[in-house]
Design a protein around this ligand. Structure first.
Ligand code: ADP
Length: 431
């Protein structure tokens, strides 16, 4: 018989490891007892000196073992163990002369079920079994007219006490091991979950990186191939009358490249966390706005746009660097000037209790509702401009948003096609 088959015979239908251990042990004892019972039956048959009831008794025992085995394996371990112990006590108590059971050689055999109970059942049951053994001993004494063996009964209780005391620490240790096991299982589960999340995040970042590289390459391809084409034409000396126009296109494409490269560099700086090292000094956003408006006023005049500014009376001091605030404001203001053909651009700063709100409003071409959902995505250009010649990388608003978030602020955009756009940035004021 292989180890596997033997393990299968000893198996019990339970998930509780403690219950399983006890039931497996009982199965082992039952199998041993069955073999002994079969041998007894066989000896009873072949030996002329043996009692004539021996073969029958052996078979009854085999049958009883089988019933207990099935209960133990498929139903309940404690019930099977209870029946087994009771059977053991009854066999010991009624298998010999009452005299021998109460005060003779068989008395000591009753210690066996008492000790066995603490192994097959919780340790306190050894007292229960000792009490049953004591009651049976008293019954046999009274029914046979033998004096009650109080020393023997005391002996049962002492054995019960001894087994209880020795089994208890073992049970406590097992409980502790099981609780540690459970704790360990829980910790492993939490760690596994954390690792899975980290793994997902890494995969996500990896995909984002790949997408970023492919987007950048895609955006670079058009201006670079245009440069190539126009340089070829200029070099060939064809169409000399259009030379000036070709030079303008080359300048435009070069500017597009410069914008794109600057924006990509900026984004990668943000991704690398370079912008996180802002100074402890607070910077006045109003000063940044004033400087920027001064530099853009000429451009607005050329475009025929009014550039209006209304700043908060008190300084709008924000914990950030001049570079960060300039980048945010210039990206938004630059868009307003870029996407407005007539009318005006208004720049406002307004203080609330804890924040400064910078709003830049224009009367430009506006943004379609569908585009508004993606307007802060990297490389996203609205339907209104993607087919036009207005230069841009689709990175300006993405950069502005990432910087605003880095400073603990929020950014929102409202727009209507043909009416205009308002971008509002809210940043926490320096303490
Ligand atoms: P771009 O380099 O294309 O301007 P941005 O990230 O700055 O990239 O802006 C993303 C898109 O949002 C633009 O392509 C444009 O469609 C739209 N947009 C941004 N600001 C405005 C505005 N003030 N008016 C109209 N459309 C705007």
């Amino acid at each position: 018989m292989t180890n596997r088959t033997f393990d299968n015979i000893l198996n019990a239908n339970t998930v509780d490891p403690d219950d399983f251990r006890r039931r497996k042990l009982l199965n082992l004892i039952l199998i041993g007892l069955t073999i002994v019972s079969l041998l007894t039956s066989f000896l009873g048959l072949v030996s002329p000196a043996a009692s004539p009831q021996l073969p029958l008794l052996g078979l009854i025992l085999v049958l009883a073992n089988g019933v207990i085995y099935f209960i133990n394996r498929f139903a309940s371990g404690p019930i099977a163990a209870g029946i087994f112990l009771l059977m053991l006590i009854l066999i010991i108590s009624f298998g010999d002369e009452p005299q021998e059971v109460v005060e003779g050689r068989t008395l000591f055999f009753l210690a066996v079920p008492i000790v066995a109970s603490s192994i097959l059942l919780p340790s306190y049951t050894s007292f229960l079994v000792a009490a049953v053994a004591a009651l049976l001993s008293i019954y046999l004494s009274l029914s046979s007219g033998i004096p009650v063996n109080s020393v023997g009964i005391l002996g049962f209780l002492t054995v019960a006490f001894g087994t209880y005391m020795s089994a208890r620490p073992l049970e406590a240790a097992l409980r502790e091991v099981r609780s540690l096991n459970r704790e360990l299982d829980d910790r492993v589960e939490v760690r596994t979950r954390e690792l899975a999340t980290a793994n997902e995040r890494l995969t996500e970042l990896d995909q984002l990186k790949t997408k970023f590289i492919s987007d950048v390459s895609h955006e670079l391809r058009t201006p670079v191939s245009n440069l190539n084409i126009y340089l070829d034409i200029l070099e060939s000396g064809e169409r000399p009358e259009q030379r000036e126009r070709f030079m303008d296109v080359l300048r435009e494409e070069t500017n597009r490249l410069i914008i794109l490269v600057n924006d990509v560099l900026d984004l990668s700086h943000i991704d690398l966390g370079a912008y996180k090292n802002f100074s402890n000094h607070a910077v006045d956003l109003n000063e940044i706005v004033t400087t920027l408006v001064e530099t853009q006023r000429l451009r607005a005049n050329v475009l025929g746009l009014k550039l209006l500014v209304r700043l908060s009376e008190r300084p709008a001091r924000v914990n950030a660097t001049t570079e960060q605030l300039t980048r945010i404001t210039s990206n938004i203001l630059g868009n307003s000037l870029k996407y407005t053909t007539e009318g005006q651009v208004t720049v406002n700063t307004h203080l609330t209790d804890d924040n400064v709100e910078l709003s830049i409003k224009d009367t430009g071409i506006g943004i379609a509702e569908n585009d508004l959902l993606h307007i802060f995505d990297r490389f996203y250009r609205g339907e209104n401009v993607s087919k036009s010649t207005i230069p841009g990388s689709g990175l300006g608003l993405a950069i502005a948003r990432e910087l605003v978030v880095l400073l603990g602020g929020t950014i929102r955009i409202e727009s209507a096609v043909g009416i205009g756009t308002t971008v509002t940035v809210s940043l926490p004021l320096a303490a």
